[in-house]
Design a binder for this molecule. Sequence first.
Ligand SMILES: NC(=O)c1ccc[n+]([C@@H]2O[C@H](COP(=O)([O-])OP(=O)(O)OC[C@H]3O[C@@H](n4cnc5c(N)ncnc54)[C@H](OP(=O)(O)O)[C@@H]3O)[C@@H](O)[C@H]2O)c1
Length: 445
Amino acid sequence: MTIDPSWISGSGLGSADAFLTGRPPVKGCRVALLGFDGVGQAVVRNLCERRNAGIRLAQIYNAEGSPRPSWIPTEIAWTTDPRTIDLSDFDIVVDLAGDQDRSREWIRSALEAGKSVVTASKHVMARHGPDLLALARARGCQLRFEAVVGGSVPMVSGLRDGLAGDRLRSLVGILTGADNYILTRIEWTGGTFEEAVAEAQRLGLIGDNPADDVEGHDAAAKLSVICGIAFGRQIVFEEVPRQSMAAIEAIDFQYAARLDCTIRPIAYAERRSGGLSAWVGPALVPRASMLAHLHGSQNLLITTGEATTRTGFFGVGAGSRAIAVAVVSDLLALVSDGPRHPSRMPVPTRAHVVTAETDIRRYVRFVVHDRPGIIAELAAAFAAERIGIESVLQEPTLRRNELVFVMTLDPCPQPALDRAVVAIEACDFHIRPPLALRMLDPAVG
Ligand SMILES: NC(=O)c1ccc[n+]([C@@H]2O[C@H](COP(=O)([O-])OP(=O)(O)OC[C@H]3O[C@@H](n4cnc5c(N)ncnc54)[C@H](OP(=O)(O)O)[C@@H]3O)[C@@H](O)[C@H]2O)c1
């Protein structure tokens, strides 16, 4: 990044307009930026690099006690005192604070005052998106949230504008770059889940508490938001069935390879009568699918529509600089429209998740103390729920005291599988609980 030092010092310019919009100074939209950590800093640095953008960053507000960094131009006001912030004083408010409750309050009060907002908060949009979008529409301003899903990949505008002419049926994707990094690292290094998480933390892909990512909360929030755009129906994200990645081991990639698959963190949704079927979690994907070729923190969304069959959105899905691109793109769109331009974003209705996963095969991995009769007991438990066994796989091993093998199952209803797994878990031969994963059909991804 190159920043003209005279801009930083402000020498010869005398105003934030000049700093951010080039010479000669032009009048720009007054912007307040709330929250100044990784993404906030990347946004300010990005803005520092552009001229004549019509964006006038007037104020940064950060958590109490945080010192003003020396590189911020003097023309930009800096405050950590919430009493000094009056959101009605700005044309656009950018919410980049990690605090959901505060973010929602700020967004609501800015929209109430008729000010357009750009936010990166997936949890606020997943929980309150429809209400906030309705408020923006009622107040004749805009709420933009490209950064919420897909990192720098324009999934929100791509679906809203680019595919508005189609009727979408389903979407499948990898929406969580950190999760994809963790799984691909286990695959490549043969290491443990814990080692992969530690490495993702070291790289700054996830924070101190990885549960949001690895337990699927993040993916469910993003899926909920993207469903609102793709289907006009935003699912209640707490209802999205989630599966943790924590039980995945390197051996699962070996068995997946025998099935000509690999394992990726998948988010899936499709229209069903009565609602949307949706789930998030690690799943086997065929090696030939585009999803299998995503490595590290990349994101991919594939939509299937009535006219467009398959359309893909692919790119960098994580990291402050990538997220900043989405935020700044939203800002530029607002400036181009004029911040008082009414929202064109359709307001989604809320939809419940219907569980209808009857058409997906399963992979179930067992780690057991070997003894005669295990396969017969498992077959009986599955047969009791009318679940057909498709295949049994076992890598050659001499370790009878910790035997690993896999069964693949015919498509079956989720409740039947859940009941069978509960019955199987009660058996005395397990060393570790069985791990059941979905197997995506080659036609899906
Ligand atoms: N990082 C990513 O890759 C990514 C990806 C997609 C979306 N996002 C979203 O982008 C936003 C910003 O991300 P980030 O990684 O920069 O978040 P972050 O590390 O949580 O930083 C948020 C900043 O806001 C400040 N803040 C939090 N609550 C505040 C409050 N009540 N009043 C004033 N300041 C407050 C924090 O200060 P303290 O540190 O002192 O609390 C921190 O400086 C979040 O909504 C996040 O979910 C991030």
